[in-house]
Design a protein around this ligand. Structure first.
Ligand code: ADE
Length: 244
């Protein structure tokens, strides 16, 4: 996959691209992340890319021509062009999975008070990473690149992506590592039993419990199996009885 990131701050990405799993995915050519300085597409002598809004108002807007030119240069029939903005569709794991199927993403980072609205005619999606306003689209571009890259084939262990929080809608089950006991805090006995089926059943139940306790809002979006529904009903009943 190719991810093209258009930004006024390419240096913002230095550590991101040279660390950990993203670095490895780049080295192993599972992803090619390319940075583009939007100022290089400025039509002004001094490389300005912002101006005051028509009709008045506070702040500066990023101008249309540099975005038009860079999009025209990068876009192919396989591209998904994404403008990062707090007004966009909320990013989530389902969107990450969909984007990971594509060959080419173009991520446009906005700044100042936004970008000239004519950009909307050139993009495929406007995406927000959450209901808050950041100073620019660089951190959102990193978040999307990170979430998508780790889903590409062989970037992380496939079973590990399968077991992700949210990958099948449920949050992840709790996990423990050595030591078995520390200052009276013990690892659940069952996990030390070596009984694979019992452990798998316990983990499924824990996923459902954790989701019910921490993120009940996610449950309505989950297509659950009969078995999961039975466990959820049990968890709901327990919760009801403990309140009565
Ligand atoms: N730019 C500024 N805030 C943003 C957000 N929440 N998501 C995506 N891009 C942004």
């Amino acid at each position: 996959m190719i991810i093209d990131i258009v930004t006024i701050f390419p240096e913002f990405f230095d550590t991101f691209l040279s660390t950990s799993i993203i670095k490895r995915a780049i080295t192993q050519q599972q992803v090619n992340i390319r940075l583009h300085q939007i100022r290089d597409y400025s039509h002004h002598k001094h490389h300005n890319i912002d101006d005051t809004p028509y009709g008045g108002g506070v702040g500066m807007l990023m101008t249309f021509p540099p975005f038009y030119d860079v999009i025209m240069k990068l876009k192919t029939e396989k591209s998904i062009v994404i403008y990062l903005s707090p007004q966009g569709k909320l990013f989530n794991q389902k969107m990450a999975k969909k984007l990971a199927q594509s060959d080419h993403l173009v991520l446009l980072c906005g700044h100042y008070e936004g970008v000239d609205a004519r950009i909307e005619a050139l993009i495929d999606m406007e995406v927000s990473i959450g209901d808050y306003v950041l100073t620019g689209g660089e951190i959102p571009a990193m978040i999307i690149s990170d979430a998508v890259t780790r889903l590409l084939p062989d970037v992380i262990h496939e079973d590990s992506a399968e077991e992700d929080s949210l990958q099948n809608g449920w949050l992840k089950f709790p996990q423990y590592t050595k030591p078995e006991t520390y200052k009276g805090h013990n690892v659940p006995e069952l996990l030390l039993s070596g009984h694979h089926q019992k452990i798998a059943d316990w983990r499924k139940e824990q996923q459902i419990r954790t989701t019910f306790n921490k993120r009940r809002d996610l449950i309505k979006g989950i297509k659950m199996t009969k078995e999961e529904q039975i466990i959820l009903d049990k968890v709901k009943n327990e919760s009801k009885n403990s309140k009565d």
